[in-house]
Design a protein around this ligand. Structure first.
Ligand code: FAD
Length: 401
């Protein structure tokens, strides 16, 4: 099963597994170098907001759950809280505020108030095994999957009739048939939501299995058994990592001109900024070539807008559920990645070509959104790279293992 390499079309996209496989290593190399640059490695995050849904008491005390923060004095002036709150949260755009966070109507996630939180060096705090598990972790995952329930939320029932299930275009009916799903009337958006979450979950599992601590010997090394039981023995989970990758690549491809015109000036040297742009250009080039996802097949037909609002509402809830994760490092990477996915969804479903024009719309995305988007793509592609390592371990393993 570990050797199994998926082939053929990636569900609900116009891309196939072989194409993604063919670019994985080169894309990984560019992304890996890109996320090490100052612009992409420092992320401002509020890790200490209360869980809004239940009293969280499963706080992880393991050493590996902890993170180190960076003093603001080490961060270039223009990214500091005082400057950011002016740029990132223009008051007239803010529609909905809760203590410490906000969202605009177009957002798929709650964003941290830029005046709150700390800077974290993402390279110094890599996603890895932490030992966070048990009831707390399970409650978070099951709450996230439970958000995948469309047409039933009280809020939307109050606002308007529940959205009707959308008929699938014929071309998509077959490819969404796995998991024993019904095929005649199927809500494509619901399937896409599930794939996005399951792919993220599988990517997190791949990371913690690859950067795994042997609690008997105290050594860090890839744990093949962990990967086989959590990911490889459920082939669809692996497939959803590819699916998420294509979705993010499509968002990066659409954002190409905007990202290329973005101000990466980190008060570093001119060479440093030119290097960042060069690496980014390489990633955008690959994204344009292979990021083939047709976002126009979603949210169309009767009640499309209601369904989209509901999808957004659920996804935003997922980003708030991250405040319930009882392990700082897991919470950090959970926030980065749900925010990265949310940013990609916003780009795909809320922005037309005119909006994406960098000259017309310079403040389209905040720095946090750009950093989260690229780091999330890096995580996903890194997972595919790790999957390659696990396949090799499987080949090299003695017969009786
Ligand atoms: P879990 O991974 O907790 O899964 C729970 C159940 O969900 C499984 O029994 C299975 O039925 C189902 N499931 C599992 N994977 C999938 C999938 N891909 N698609 C659909 N269903 C699935 N731990 C770390 O060590 N390091 C981290 O960085 C880390 N980050 C985390 C971030 C978040 C946001 C969360 C919620 C948890 C994180 N954890 C992390 C914990 C980790 O994800 C597991 O919850 C933990 O290792 C316990 O694993 P488990 O075997 O109980 O199954």
């Amino acid at each position: 099963r570990c050797q199994h390499i998926p082939t053929g079309p990636i569900e609900a996209t116009s891309c196939d597994y072989e194409t993604i496989e063919s670019v994985t290593e080169v894309l990984y190399e560019h992304l890996h170098e890109l996320v090490e640059t100052p612009f992409f490695r420092y992320y401002r995050v509020d890790l200490y907001r209360e869980c809004p849904f239940w009293t969280e008491n499963g706080f992880c005390m393991n050493r590996e759950c902890g993170i180190s923060t960076v003093d603001e004095s080490e961060i270039p002036e223009k990214w500091r809280a005082a400057s950011l709150s002016k740029i990132e949260m223009p008051p007239d755009e803010v529609r909905n505020m809760l203590p410490g966070c906000y969202y605009r109507d177009s957002d798929f996630c709650f964003l941290d108030d830029p005046a709150e939180g700390d800077y974290v060096d993402l390279i110094a705090n890599p996603e890895a095994f932490t030992g966070y598990a048990g009831l707390s972790a399970n409650r978070v995952w099951s709450s996230i999957y439970n958000e995948n329930c469309f047409g039933l939320s009280e809020l939307n029932l109050m606002k308007s009739p529940a959205p009707a299930l959308v008929s699938l275009p014929d071309s998509l009916t077959d490819v969404l048939r796995e998991d024993g799903a019904e095929t005649s009337e199927q809500c494509l958006e619901k399937r896409v939501y599930y794939k996005l979450i399951s792919g993220l979950h599988a990517s997190i599992s791949t990371h913690l299995c690859h950067e795994s601590l042997n609690q008997t010997t105290g050594e860090w090394s890839p744990n093949l058994h962990c990967f086989v039981s959590r990911v490889a023995s459920h082939p669809e989970r692996l497939q959803y990592i590819y699916f998420d990758t294509v979705v993010l690549l499509r968002a990066v491809a659409r954002l190409g001109p905007y990202l290329s015109a973005y101000d990466y000036c980190s008060s570093g040297t001119h060479e440093e900024d030119a290097y960042t742009l060069r690496k980014l250009g390489a990633v955008i080039g690959i994204a344009k070539a292979v990021g083939q996802f047709d976002e126009s097949v979603l949210f169309r037909g009767e009640n499309a807008n209601i369904l989209k609002e509901e999808f957004k509402e659920h996804f935003r809830n997922v980003t708030r559920i991250m405040d319930c994760v009882g392990c700082d490092k897991c919470r950090l990477w959970g926030k980065v990645q749900t925010s990265g996915l949310g940013t990609a969804l916003k780009v795909l479903f809320e922005m037309d070509e005119k909006t994406l024009d960098p000259t017309a719309n310079q403040n389209l995305l905040s720095r946090s959104e750009v950093v989260a988007l690229i780091n999330t793509l890096h995580r996903l592609v890194e997972s595919l790279h790790f999957v390659g390592n696990f396949r090799q371990m499987w080949v090299d393993a003695p017969e009786d293992e």
